[in-house]
Write a protein that binds this ligand. Structure first.
Ligand code: ATR
Length: 281
């Protein structure tokens, strides 16, 4: 039940009907007994700026921003958190007391928090990490791993120029690897992360040999549909610890929830099951 004083948040996207965020935040609002609401906000690209500017006037505490608005949001907000600037996209907006908009990106936080919650041992900072992909998701993962202090990060992408551009735009121990010779990149690695769309339902599979990957390396696929990708199945079969992408989605949302509703919520198995039911329609 919400009162006339309920705090308001939501998710702006186009389309937005596939978003699990209302289900996710709704679960937490209920769980923590918070007087608030989180609603889907279908906003066309041409209306996005007007939609954002309306938030303070409508009394919103803030919003999440999803496809296709994340890069536009970075340009439109009044202030940008340094991590969002580094990633090049804003996915969380807070309406400040003076009505100005502050933009954040919570994906780097979600990526690391999920790994720390699931792994019995955190990644070894002295072991290289291998990142597959060079899109927006790769930028968030990189920001997170550089912040964690990894000694070496190897990036491989089908289009090598994108990997090179990524390596140049981040200050850190980054090395670009050949996408067609990934075997060598796996040697000695402590963490392998897939940030490409390969393996996602409806996309081609990620065909990758893990033969040279140490068996204690964590294999993290940020794909969450399907939950158990063939990469994770192959990794688990040879004894590697594995992490699926659903946890990152859930953990990244915690940060926005805290900013709007004042409580840092937990990711529990019950929440995972609740969101999975939504994903499976
Ligand atoms: P996001 O912002 O979600 O990361 P993106 O910017 O579209 O999405 O990036 C998708 C990633 O998947 C890219 O690294 C892309 O490689 P390219 O930069 O070469 O396009 C990768 N990807 C998509 N389809 C691929 C395929 N068939 N083979 C290899 N990599 C692929």
């Amino acid at each position: 039940m919400i009162s006339g004083k309920a705090r308001l948040a939501g998710v702006m996207g186009w389309p937005v009907s596939h978003s699990q965020s209302p289900r996710l935040h709704g679960f937490w609002l209920d769980r923590y007994g918070i007087d608030g609401a989180y609603v889907p906000l279908p906003v066309r690209p041409e209306d996005f700026e007007a939609g954002l500017r309306a938030l303070p006037k409508l009394g919103f505490a803030g919003v999440n921003v999803t496809v296709p608005h994340k890069e536009a949001a970075l340009q439109l907000v009044d202030e940008v958190d340094p991590i969002a600037r580094q990633i090049g996209a804003v996915n969380t907006i807070v309406v400040k007391k003076d009505g100005s908009l502050a933009g954040f990106n919570t994906d780097a936080f979600g990526f690391m928090e999920n790994m720390l919650q699931i792994s019995s041992t955190p990644p070894n900072p002295d072991r290289p990490a291998v990142i597959l992909g060079a899109g927006g998701a790769a930028r968030a993962v990189l920001a997170s791993l550089i912040d964690f202090g990894l000694s070496e990060i190897r990036i491989a992408n089908r289009t090598i120029e994108r990997a090179e551009a990524l390596a140049q735009s981040f200050a850190g121990p980054l090395h670009v690897q050949d996408w067609n010779n990934l075997d060598r990149a796996m040697e000695g690695a402590g963490l392998l992360v897939n940030t490409t769309s390969l393996g996602m339902t409806g996309k081609p599979p990620l065909e990758l040999s893990l033969d040279r990957l140490p068996s204690e390396a964590i294999v993290y696929d940020i794909v969450y549909s399907p939950l158990r990708t063939s990469l994770l199945e192959t990794a688990a079969a040879r004894g590697n610890p594995t992490i699926d992408g659903l946890g990152m989605l859930l953990h990244q949302a915690r940060s926005g929830f805290e900013k709007w509703f004042g409580t840092l919520p937990d990711v529990t198995d019950e929440l995972r099951q609740h969101v999975l039911k939504g994903l499976n329609g």
